[in-house]
Write a protein of this length. Structure first.
Length: 260
């Protein structure tokens, strides 16, 4: 049992001796947030996976101040791969009574997963199937990590199966993965689904790879004016002199493109 007058110096002593059990007891002292934060930082630096369960428990205690909740997520990120499953669970929760705090918690759980990186990729891909707020956060985290394994699952969602239109967060996540996305996007540019082709054009414009020049030029004549417009915007972002004449020809053919 810890004394109510526990000092910061005592917490530092626990850090120095790697007293995980003692530090875990400190994080449960919700009336002393400054000591909780110090103990959580120490637990993260020590990196002992036995602290994950009690740290995760604190993330469910709404008596804790926001700085404590954020420090708990930071500690889990520092502990690394063993924290992936509990972080996915935090990210995928339903909002509690305080929606602002809930969303802050969920967004920072996704950022913690992105910090862990490669070990979080497959669980995040699985989280795409869960729906809700957690799906959008998984999309953002996968973009931040930039692992090529996420390309195909993300491209699948460009069809608009759950939003009815092209989702810019999905497009940006694919674009953040970079050059490895180009060939799959060129394939998607020929898909029968209009949203898929439009999203592929958007992403190729963000990546700005010269391999997309000819396929995007061909897409100017797409049966969907939305897809053709997006191809025109993408060609503008590629900034290739070779795109000038096809774009002029498209204007002369009375195609109307929105301004970027």
């Amino acid at each position: 049992m810890l004394s109510a007058d526990l000092s910061m110096q005592a917490v530092e002593g626990m850090r120095a001796s790697k007293n995980v059990r003692g530090l875990v007891n400190v994080i449960q002292m919700w009336t002393k947030p400054e000591l909780q934060v110090a103990a959580l930082k120490a637990l993260g630096d020590i990196g002992d996976a036995s602290a994950i369960q009690p740290i995760t428990k604190e993330l469910r205690d709404w008596r804790n101040e926001k700085i404590v909740l954020l420090s708990a997520l930071d500690a889990l990120a520092k502990i690394g791969p063993p924290s992936v499953k509990p972080l996915i669970e935090v990210m995928s929760r339903e909002p509690a009574h305080d929606r602002y705090t809930s969303e802050m918690l969920f967004e920072n759980a996704a950022k913690a997963l992105a910090r862990i990186g490669e070990p979080a990729v497959e669980p995040l891909i699985n989280a795409l199937e869960q729906g809700g707020w957690g799906r959008w956060l998984a999309i953002m985290a996968l973009g931040d990590i930039g692992d090529a394994r996420a390309i195909a699952p993300l491209i699948k969602f460009m069809k608009g199966d759950f939003v009815g239109s092209v989702s810019r967060p999905i497009v940006m996540a694919i674009a953040m993965i970079g050059k490895a996305s180009v060939e799959p996007l060129l394939t998607a540019l020929k898909d029968e689904n209009d949203n898929m082709r439009q999203g592929a054009a958007m992403a190729l414009g963000e990546i700005k790879d010269s391999r997309a020049l000819e396929p995007l030029t061909e897409t100017l004549r797409d049966k969907s004016s939305f897809v053709g417009s997006e191809a025109a915007l993408a060609l503008g972002k590629l900034a290739s002199p070779k795109a000038v004449d096809p774009l002029i020809q498209s204007v002369e053919d009375n195609r109307q493109f929105p301004c970027s």
